[in-house]
Design a protein around this ligand. Structure first.
Ligand SMILES: [Zn+2]
Length: 222
């Protein structure tokens, strides 16, 4: 299964860097989709050390922070783990979530973490007290995707996904949020195998949509 490969989970972030000019998330091998800068032919930097000139190639930090990277690894590990070993679980069969429920719990935390980065970046050019006030006033993911997004951009986050052609991602995220909330509030069986599989199948598209939405709202446009 293609989704067993780490590439399925990581592919969108491979070779992706943050554009130094406009902050877009771009592929190192392409032009920046927002400001068209390209970093392919940057010559090495000359550094003089102990009287000798040394050429140091340009290095780029990857786009994704360490915590969401670790979450992706954990989701992938849980996805490929052999099933049928949770016999010790003392939950009645009818109230049991998917054996891979951790994928969904991690995915939601991953999504919230990405959106934290999104709104930190989107407010980074506002005066600091204004940005901090907005981020603490609209601290929950629900308030951010709806109210905060409308304050900043006159649209909800879901509307951006629709406008970018990712309605399937928008409806899936709404579904995950709903089922994950039901899981937390007394209905652990709400997260079933179907939801886990749909989430994993949609992951590359989710990444694509997230990166496009970030580039739409969080970049400096000259
Ligand atoms: Zn750029």
């Amino acid at each position: 299964m293609e989704s067993n490969n780490w590439e399925w989970w990581w592919g969108a972030w491979k070779d992706r860097i943050r554009c130094g000019s406009c902050r877009a998330l771009m592929d190192l091998n392409d032009d920046c989709p927002v400001c068209a800068t390209n970093y392919r032919n940057i010559s090495p930097t000359e550094i003089v050390t102990e009287g000798k000139t040394v050429l140091v190639p340009q290095a780029f930090a990857g786009a994704l922070d360490w915590s969401p990277y670790a979450m992706l690894q954990l989701m992938h590990r849980d996805w490929v783990r052999p099933l049928g070993r949770d016999n010790g679980l003392s939950l009645p069969k009818e109230n049991r979530p998917s054996e891979r429920v951790l994928v969904i719990l991690l995915f939601w935390t991953y999504f919230e973490t990405l959106m934290g980065w999104f709104y930190e970046t989107a407010t980074s050019e506002l005066p600091r007290p204004v940005a901090s006030d907005l981020l603490s006033r609209y601290a929950s993911i629900g308030a951010r995707l709806d109210r905060l997004h409308r304050i900043l951009f006159g649209n909800r986050y879901g509307d951006d996904l629709d406008d970018l052609g990712y309605s399937s991602v928008r409806t899936h995220l709404e579904n995950v949020q709903q089922q994950r909330n039901a899981f937390v509030h007394g209905m652990p069986e709400a997260v079933g195998d179907e939801l886990v599989e749909a989430t994993v199948n949609l992951l590359p598209k989710f990444h694509e949509s997230w990166i496009e939405s970030f580039n739409l709202r969080c970049t400096r446009r000259g």
